[in-house]
Design a protein around this ligand. Structure first.
Ligand SMILES: [Zn+2]
Length: 409
Protein backbone atom coordinates (compact mmCIF):
# COMPACT_ATOMS: atom_id res chain seq x y z
CA UNK A 1 0.00 0.00 0.00
CA UNK A 2 2.86 2.33 0.84
CA UNK A 3 4.28 1.66 -2.57
CA UNK A 4 0.98 2.52 -4.12
CA UNK A 5 0.80 5.84 -2.33
CA UNK A 6 4.31 6.64 -3.42
CA UNK A 7 3.36 5.99 -7.01
CA UNK A 8 0.45 8.37 -6.75
CA UNK A 9 2.78 11.30 -7.04
CA UNK A 10 4.83 10.01 -9.93
CA UNK A 11 4.25 11.46 -13.30
CA UNK A 12 4.15 9.40 -16.48
CA UNK A 13 7.84 9.67 -17.24
CA UNK A 14 8.84 8.70 -13.74
CA UNK A 15 6.49 5.77 -13.88
CA UNK A 16 8.22 4.58 -17.01
CA UNK A 17 11.55 4.67 -15.23
CA UNK A 18 9.98 2.77 -12.39
CA UNK A 19 8.82 0.14 -14.80
CA UNK A 20 12.27 -0.13 -16.29
CA UNK A 21 13.77 -1.11 -13.00
CA UNK A 22 10.85 -3.19 -11.86
CA UNK A 23 12.04 -6.76 -12.13
CA UNK A 24 9.34 -8.02 -9.81
CA UNK A 25 6.94 -8.11 -12.72
CA UNK A 26 9.38 -10.26 -14.68
CA UNK A 27 9.32 -7.66 -17.35
CA UNK A 28 12.30 -5.74 -18.52
CA UNK A 29 12.02 -2.71 -20.65
CA UNK A 30 14.65 -2.32 -23.26
CA UNK A 31 15.46 0.28 -25.80
CA UNK A 32 15.70 -0.96 -29.33
CA UNK A 33 19.07 -0.57 -31.07
CA UNK A 34 20.81 -0.47 -27.76
CA UNK A 35 23.03 -3.47 -28.27
CA UNK A 36 21.98 -6.01 -30.77
CA UNK A 37 24.12 -8.82 -29.39
CA UNK A 38 23.32 -8.32 -25.79
CA UNK A 39 21.44 -11.08 -24.00
CA UNK A 40 17.82 -10.86 -24.88
CA UNK A 41 16.06 -9.13 -22.08
CA UNK A 42 13.38 -11.69 -21.96
CA UNK A 43 11.57 -13.12 -19.08
CA UNK A 44 8.79 -15.50 -18.32
CA UNK A 45 5.36 -14.10 -18.50
CA UNK A 46 2.37 -15.56 -16.72
CA UNK A 47 1.94 -17.34 -19.99
CA UNK A 48 4.43 -20.21 -19.51
CA UNK A 49 5.22 -20.85 -23.14
CA UNK A 50 5.88 -17.30 -24.16
CA UNK A 51 8.85 -15.01 -23.76
CA UNK A 52 7.99 -11.38 -23.27
CA UNK A 53 10.07 -8.51 -24.56
CA UNK A 54 9.07 -4.95 -23.87
CA UNK A 55 10.34 -2.43 -26.35
CA UNK A 56 10.33 1.27 -25.71
CA UNK A 57 9.81 3.20 -28.93
CA UNK A 58 12.58 5.66 -29.67
CA UNK A 59 12.24 9.07 -31.22
CA UNK A 60 11.47 8.75 -34.95
CA UNK A 61 11.46 4.96 -34.80
CA UNK A 62 8.79 3.29 -36.86
CA UNK A 63 6.86 0.18 -35.99
CA UNK A 64 8.09 -1.58 -39.11
CA UNK A 65 11.64 -0.90 -38.00
CA UNK A 66 10.98 -2.51 -34.62
CA UNK A 67 9.13 -5.42 -36.19
CA UNK A 68 12.09 -6.36 -38.44
CA UNK A 69 13.80 -7.97 -35.51
CA UNK A 70 10.96 -10.43 -34.99
CA UNK A 71 9.59 -11.03 -38.49
CA UNK A 72 11.88 -11.87 -41.42
CA UNK A 73 9.29 -12.05 -44.18
CA UNK A 74 8.58 -8.59 -45.49
CA UNK A 75 5.28 -9.81 -46.94
CA UNK A 76 4.14 -10.93 -43.53
CA UNK A 77 5.37 -7.72 -41.89
CA UNK A 78 3.39 -5.77 -44.42
CA UNK A 79 0.32 -7.84 -43.64
CA UNK A 80 0.69 -7.21 -39.90
CA UNK A 81 1.12 -3.46 -40.37
CA UNK A 82 -1.78 -3.33 -42.76
CA UNK A 83 -4.10 -5.13 -40.33
CA UNK A 84 -3.03 -2.94 -37.38
CA UNK A 85 -3.56 0.24 -39.38
CA UNK A 86 -7.20 -0.74 -39.92
CA UNK A 87 -7.74 -0.38 -36.15
CA UNK A 88 -5.00 2.03 -35.09
CA UNK A 89 -2.89 4.43 -37.13
CA UNK A 90 0.69 3.32 -36.44
CA UNK A 91 1.93 6.81 -37.32
CA UNK A 92 0.48 7.81 -33.97
CA UNK A 93 3.04 5.73 -32.06
CA UNK A 94 4.84 8.03 -29.68
CA UNK A 95 8.42 8.02 -28.46
CA UNK A 96 8.75 6.20 -25.11
CA UNK A 97 5.60 4.25 -25.75
CA UNK A 98 5.90 0.56 -24.82
CA UNK A 99 5.22 -2.39 -27.10
CA UNK A 100 5.05 -5.96 -25.81
CA UNK A 101 6.29 -8.83 -27.97
CA UNK A 102 5.49 -12.45 -27.08
CA UNK A 103 7.58 -15.21 -28.65
CA UNK A 104 7.16 -18.96 -28.47
CA UNK A 105 9.94 -20.35 -26.27
CA UNK A 106 10.53 -23.36 -28.48
CA UNK A 107 11.18 -21.72 -31.82
CA UNK A 108 11.24 -17.98 -31.01
CA UNK A 109 8.29 -17.52 -33.31
CA UNK A 110 6.44 -14.27 -32.63
CA UNK A 111 2.93 -15.16 -31.56
CA UNK A 112 1.45 -12.02 -30.14
CA UNK A 113 2.04 -8.26 -29.89
CA UNK A 114 0.34 -5.93 -27.44
CA UNK A 115 0.34 -2.16 -28.00
CA UNK A 116 -1.19 -0.02 -25.24
CA UNK A 117 -2.86 2.71 -27.29
CA UNK A 118 -4.66 4.57 -24.54
CA UNK A 119 -4.60 4.73 -20.76
CA UNK A 120 -7.10 1.85 -20.66
CA UNK A 121 -7.02 0.31 -24.12
CA UNK A 122 -4.68 -2.39 -25.42
CA UNK A 123 -4.40 -3.40 -29.03
CA UNK A 124 -3.88 -7.16 -29.14
CA UNK A 125 -2.38 -8.57 -32.31
CA UNK A 126 -2.47 -12.36 -32.67
CA UNK A 127 -0.18 -13.71 -35.34
CA UNK A 128 -1.08 -16.84 -37.30
CA UNK A 129 -2.11 -17.55 -40.85
CA UNK A 130 -4.52 -14.77 -40.19
CA UNK A 131 -3.43 -11.62 -38.39
CA UNK A 132 -6.11 -10.87 -35.84
CA UNK A 133 -6.19 -7.37 -34.33
CA UNK A 134 -8.56 -6.40 -31.60
CA UNK A 135 -9.01 -3.62 -29.09
CA UNK A 136 -9.24 -4.69 -25.49
CA UNK A 137 -10.66 -2.26 -22.95
CA UNK A 138 -8.97 -2.92 -19.62
CA UNK A 139 -10.87 -3.31 -16.43
CA UNK A 140 -10.78 -0.23 -14.22
CA UNK A 141 -11.37 0.00 -10.52
CA UNK A 142 -12.22 3.28 -8.89
CA UNK A 143 -10.96 3.71 -5.37
CA UNK A 144 -12.18 6.65 -3.31
CA UNK A 145 -9.57 8.52 -1.29
CA UNK A 146 -10.12 11.05 1.46
CA UNK A 147 -7.57 13.34 3.02
CA UNK A 148 -7.43 16.34 5.28
CA UNK A 149 -4.64 18.84 5.85
CA UNK A 150 -3.91 22.25 7.24
CA UNK A 151 -2.21 24.98 5.25
CA UNK A 152 1.00 26.41 6.65
CA UNK A 153 2.55 27.54 3.42
CA UNK A 154 0.19 27.27 0.43
CA UNK A 155 -2.68 25.12 -0.73
CA UNK A 156 -0.37 23.56 -3.34
CA UNK A 157 2.83 23.06 -1.33
CA UNK A 158 1.04 21.65 1.71
CA UNK A 159 -1.02 19.44 -0.59
CA UNK A 160 2.15 17.97 -2.09
CA UNK A 161 3.57 17.42 1.41
CA UNK A 162 0.38 15.55 2.29
CA UNK A 163 0.64 13.28 -0.78
CA UNK A 164 -2.30 14.80 -2.62
CA UNK A 165 -1.74 14.09 -6.33
CA UNK A 166 -0.76 17.12 -8.42
CA UNK A 167 -3.70 16.63 -10.81
CA UNK A 168 -6.14 16.72 -7.92
CA UNK A 169 -4.53 19.85 -6.46
CA UNK A 170 -4.86 21.60 -9.80
CA UNK A 171 -8.55 20.63 -9.93
CA UNK A 172 -9.01 21.84 -6.36
CA UNK A 173 -7.48 25.22 -7.13
CA UNK A 174 -9.62 25.58 -10.27
CA UNK A 175 -12.73 24.63 -8.33
CA UNK A 176 -12.21 27.44 -5.83
CA UNK A 177 -10.92 30.01 -8.27
CA UNK A 178 -14.38 31.59 -8.46
CA UNK A 179 -14.56 32.09 -4.70
CA UNK A 180 -11.06 32.67 -3.49
CA UNK A 181 -8.09 34.81 -4.24
CA UNK A 182 -5.44 32.35 -3.17
CA UNK A 183 -2.85 35.04 -2.47
CA UNK A 184 -5.07 37.06 -0.21
CA UNK A 185 -7.76 34.85 1.27
CA UNK A 186 -5.82 31.83 2.46
CA UNK A 187 -4.64 32.19 6.07
CA UNK A 188 -2.43 29.92 8.13
CA UNK A 189 -4.45 27.14 9.74
CA UNK A 190 -6.83 27.03 6.79
CA UNK A 191 -8.27 23.52 6.68
CA UNK A 192 -8.62 21.49 3.48
CA UNK A 193 -10.71 18.33 3.38
CA UNK A 194 -10.99 16.46 0.11
CA UNK A 195 -12.33 13.27 -1.42
CA UNK A 196 -11.32 12.13 -4.92
CA UNK A 197 -11.26 9.10 -7.17
CA UNK A 198 -8.10 7.24 -7.97
CA UNK A 199 -8.42 4.95 -10.94
CA UNK A 200 -6.50 1.71 -11.07
CA UNK A 201 -6.38 0.02 -14.45
CA UNK A 202 -5.61 -3.69 -14.66
CA UNK A 203 -2.14 -4.53 -15.94
CA UNK A 204 -1.01 -0.94 -15.89
CA UNK A 205 1.74 0.22 -13.62
CA UNK A 206 0.31 3.68 -13.44
CA UNK A 207 -2.51 5.28 -11.48
CA UNK A 208 -4.86 7.84 -12.90
CA UNK A 209 -6.95 10.38 -11.06
CA UNK A 210 -10.55 11.09 -11.64
CA UNK A 211 -12.80 13.72 -10.21
CA UNK A 212 -12.94 15.45 -6.88
CA UNK A 213 -16.12 14.20 -5.16
CA UNK A 214 -16.08 16.55 -2.23
CA UNK A 215 -13.99 19.51 -1.14
CA UNK A 216 -14.00 21.79 1.85
CA UNK A 217 -11.89 24.86 2.48
CA UNK A 218 -12.40 26.25 5.95
CA UNK A 219 -10.93 29.68 6.68
CA UNK A 220 -11.37 31.06 10.20
CA UNK A 221 -14.58 29.12 10.70
CA UNK A 222 -16.04 29.97 7.27
CA UNK A 223 -16.76 26.83 5.31
CA UNK A 224 -16.74 26.66 1.53
CA UNK A 225 -17.93 23.21 0.50
CA UNK A 226 -18.62 21.66 -2.88
CA UNK A 227 -20.08 18.33 -3.98
CA UNK A 228 -19.74 16.71 -7.38
CA UNK A 229 -23.00 16.20 -9.21
CA UNK A 230 -23.94 15.16 -12.74
CA UNK A 231 -26.82 17.43 -13.73
CA UNK A 232 -29.92 16.30 -15.64
CA UNK A 233 -28.40 17.69 -18.83
CA UNK A 234 -25.29 15.56 -18.36
CA UNK A 235 -22.68 18.02 -17.09
CA UNK A 236 -20.34 17.17 -14.23
CA UNK A 237 -20.53 20.13 -11.94
CA UNK A 238 -20.08 21.23 -8.34
CA UNK A 239 -22.73 22.53 -5.97
CA UNK A 240 -22.85 23.65 -2.37
CA UNK A 241 -25.21 22.09 0.21
CA UNK A 242 -28.04 24.32 -0.99
CA UNK A 243 -27.67 23.09 -4.57
CA UNK A 244 -26.07 26.29 -5.85
CA UNK A 245 -23.50 25.98 -8.61
CA UNK A 246 -19.91 26.91 -7.87
CA UNK A 247 -19.46 28.46 -11.27
CA UNK A 248 -20.26 31.80 -12.65
CA UNK A 249 -21.81 31.16 -16.03
CA UNK A 250 -18.93 32.41 -18.22
CA UNK A 251 -15.28 33.03 -17.40
CA UNK A 252 -14.00 36.51 -18.06
CA UNK A 253 -10.45 35.22 -18.45
CA UNK A 254 -10.29 31.75 -19.98
CA UNK A 255 -6.58 31.17 -19.35
CA UNK A 256 -4.05 31.36 -16.52
CA UNK A 257 -1.45 34.04 -16.01
CA UNK A 258 -2.38 36.04 -19.11
CA UNK A 259 -2.04 39.79 -19.50
CA UNK A 260 -4.81 41.81 -21.03
CA UNK A 261 -3.09 43.33 -24.05
CA UNK A 262 -5.97 44.94 -25.88
CA UNK A 263 -9.44 45.83 -24.71
CA UNK A 264 -12.84 45.95 -26.34
CA UNK A 265 -13.75 48.99 -28.44
CA UNK A 266 -12.38 51.29 -31.17
CA UNK A 267 -8.66 51.01 -31.82
CA UNK A 268 -6.11 51.36 -34.55
CA UNK A 269 -5.64 47.88 -35.92
CA UNK A 270 -2.00 46.81 -35.36
CA UNK A 271 -1.71 45.30 -38.85
CA UNK A 272 -4.06 47.20 -41.17
CA UNK A 273 -3.53 50.51 -39.40
CA UNK A 274 -7.20 51.41 -39.82
CA UNK A 275 -9.38 52.44 -36.95
CA UNK A 276 -11.58 49.49 -36.31
CA UNK A 277 -13.89 48.18 -33.67
CA UNK A 278 -12.20 45.48 -31.65
CA UNK A 279 -14.98 43.06 -30.80
CA UNK A 280 -13.20 41.04 -28.21
CA UNK A 281 -10.38 41.22 -25.72
CA UNK A 282 -6.81 40.10 -26.30
CA UNK A 283 -4.78 38.29 -23.72
CA UNK A 284 -1.05 38.05 -24.29
CA UNK A 285 0.31 34.66 -23.26
CA UNK A 286 3.11 32.38 -24.44
CA UNK A 287 2.34 30.13 -27.36
CA UNK A 288 1.03 26.78 -26.12
CA UNK A 289 -0.68 28.17 -23.00
CA UNK A 290 -3.85 26.09 -22.43
CA UNK A 291 -7.16 27.83 -23.09
CA UNK A 292 -10.18 26.86 -21.01
CA UNK A 293 -13.79 26.61 -22.05
CA UNK A 294 -15.43 29.78 -20.74
CA UNK A 295 -18.53 27.86 -19.71
CA UNK A 296 -20.38 24.59 -20.13
CA UNK A 297 -21.49 24.08 -23.70
CA UNK A 298 -21.12 22.43 -27.06
CA UNK A 299 -18.46 23.26 -29.64
CA UNK A 300 -20.20 24.59 -32.74
CA UNK A 301 -17.14 25.61 -34.74
CA UNK A 302 -13.53 24.38 -34.63
CA UNK A 303 -11.30 25.12 -37.59
CA UNK A 304 -9.69 27.81 -39.68
CA UNK A 305 -11.75 30.99 -39.81
CA UNK A 306 -10.03 33.61 -42.00
CA UNK A 307 -8.19 36.34 -40.05
CA UNK A 308 -9.15 34.59 -36.82
CA UNK A 309 -6.81 31.73 -37.76
CA UNK A 310 -7.47 28.56 -35.80
CA UNK A 311 -10.72 29.28 -34.08
CA UNK A 312 -13.20 27.64 -31.70
CA UNK A 313 -16.71 28.75 -30.88
CA UNK A 314 -18.73 27.29 -28.03
CA UNK A 315 -22.50 27.59 -27.72
CA UNK A 316 -23.45 27.82 -24.03
CA UNK A 317 -27.20 28.28 -24.26
CA UNK A 318 -29.75 30.08 -26.41
CA UNK A 319 -28.19 33.45 -25.68
CA UNK A 320 -24.51 33.02 -24.96
CA UNK A 321 -21.57 31.86 -27.05
CA UNK A 322 -17.82 32.34 -26.64
CA UNK A 323 -15.16 32.40 -29.34
CA UNK A 324 -11.39 31.83 -29.17
CA UNK A 325 -9.08 32.90 -31.99
CA UNK A 326 -5.45 32.65 -33.23
CA UNK A 327 -4.93 29.26 -31.54
CA UNK A 328 -1.83 27.19 -32.21
CA UNK A 329 -3.86 24.01 -31.93
CA UNK A 330 -6.91 22.27 -30.59
CA UNK A 331 -7.19 19.91 -27.66
CA UNK A 332 -6.87 16.36 -28.97
CA UNK A 333 -10.21 14.63 -29.40
CA UNK A 334 -12.32 17.78 -29.48
CA UNK A 335 -14.39 18.78 -32.48
CA UNK A 336 -17.73 20.16 -33.58
CA UNK A 337 -20.42 18.66 -31.36
CA UNK A 338 -18.08 17.92 -28.43
CA UNK A 339 -19.54 18.80 -25.08
CA UNK A 340 -17.22 20.73 -22.78
CA UNK A 341 -17.34 21.74 -19.15
CA UNK A 342 -16.25 25.15 -17.94
CA UNK A 343 -12.52 25.04 -17.28
CA UNK A 344 -11.78 22.13 -19.64
CA UNK A 345 -8.80 22.72 -21.90
CA UNK A 346 -10.06 23.27 -25.46
CA UNK A 347 -6.96 24.53 -27.26
CA UNK A 348 -3.68 26.40 -27.00
CA UNK A 349 -2.57 29.98 -27.48
CA UNK A 350 -0.91 30.71 -30.83
CA UNK A 351 -0.58 33.36 -33.49
CA UNK A 352 -2.47 31.93 -36.48
CA UNK A 353 -4.51 34.13 -38.84
CA UNK A 354 -3.94 37.89 -38.78
CA UNK A 355 -1.95 38.34 -35.60
CA UNK A 356 1.17 40.16 -34.47
CA UNK A 357 2.25 37.64 -31.86
CA UNK A 358 1.01 34.88 -29.57
CA UNK A 359 -2.22 35.92 -27.87
CA UNK A 360 -5.77 34.80 -27.34
CA UNK A 361 -8.53 36.86 -28.88
CA UNK A 362 -11.60 36.12 -26.78
CA UNK A 363 -15.18 37.05 -27.56
CA UNK A 364 -18.34 36.69 -25.56
CA UNK A 365 -21.32 36.67 -27.88
CA UNK A 366 -24.72 37.57 -26.47
CA UNK A 367 -27.71 37.20 -28.80
CA UNK A 368 -25.29 36.97 -31.75
CA UNK A 369 -23.49 40.22 -30.91
CA UNK A 370 -20.05 40.45 -29.36
CA UNK A 371 -20.11 42.14 -25.98
CA UNK A 372 -17.32 43.37 -23.74
CA UNK A 373 -16.33 40.37 -21.61
CA UNK A 374 -14.89 42.58 -18.92
CA UNK A 375 -18.15 44.47 -18.50
CA UNK A 376 -20.28 41.35 -18.59
CA UNK A 377 -22.68 41.15 -15.71
CA UNK A 378 -22.56 37.45 -15.11
CA UNK A 379 -25.84 35.65 -14.83
CA UNK A 380 -25.49 33.45 -11.76
CA UNK A 381 -24.70 29.77 -12.14
CA UNK A 382 -27.31 27.08 -12.06
CA UNK A 383 -29.42 26.52 -8.93
CA UNK A 384 -30.89 23.04 -8.57
CA UNK A 385 -34.63 22.75 -8.08
CA UNK A 386 -37.35 20.13 -7.69
CA UNK A 387 -36.54 16.54 -8.53
CA UNK A 388 -32.98 17.42 -9.58
CA UNK A 389 -32.37 19.03 -6.19
CA UNK A 390 -33.78 15.96 -4.42
CA UNK A 391 -31.43 13.71 -6.38
CA UNK A 392 -28.51 16.03 -5.54
CA UNK A 393 -29.30 16.04 -1.81
CA UNK A 394 -29.42 12.26 -1.70
CA UNK A 395 -26.11 11.91 -3.61
CA UNK A 396 -24.53 14.64 -1.51
CA UNK A 397 -25.34 12.72 1.67
CA UNK A 398 -23.73 9.57 0.28
CA UNK A 399 -20.61 11.44 -0.81
CA UNK A 400 -20.28 13.09 2.59
CA UNK A 401 -20.85 9.87 4.56
CA UNK A 402 -18.26 8.05 2.43
CA UNK A 403 -15.80 10.88 2.94
CA UNK A 404 -16.13 10.82 6.73
CA UNK A 405 -15.88 7.04 6.77
CA UNK A 406 -12.67 7.06 4.77
CA UNK A 407 -11.16 9.82 6.92
CA UNK A 408 -11.84 8.22 10.24
CA UNK A 409 -11.82 4.49 9.52
ZN1 LIG B 1 -8.35 40.60 -30.61
Amino acid sequence: MKKLVKKLILNKEQTNTLLETNTQNNIIVKDENENENENENENENENENLLTTVVKVKQNQTFSNILKKYIQSSDYSFKIINEINKKFNLKKLRANQLIYFYQNKKDNKLEKIIIPIDSDINLIIKLGEIVDVEKNILNRTIEKKSQEYTINDSIYNDGIKNNIPVNILIKLIKLYSFDLDFQRDIRKETKISISYDSIIIDNRDEIFFGDINYALIEIEGNKLEYFKFITNDGYTDYFNRKGENVKKSILKTPLDGAKLSSGFGMRKHPISGYNKMHRGVDFAAPSGTPIYAGGNGVIEFAGNNGGYGKYIRIRHNNEYKTAYAHLSGYKKGLGVGSRVNQGDVIGYVGSTGISTGPHLHYEIIFQNKQINPLKLKLPSGKILKGQELERFVSEMKTIYANHLNLLFE
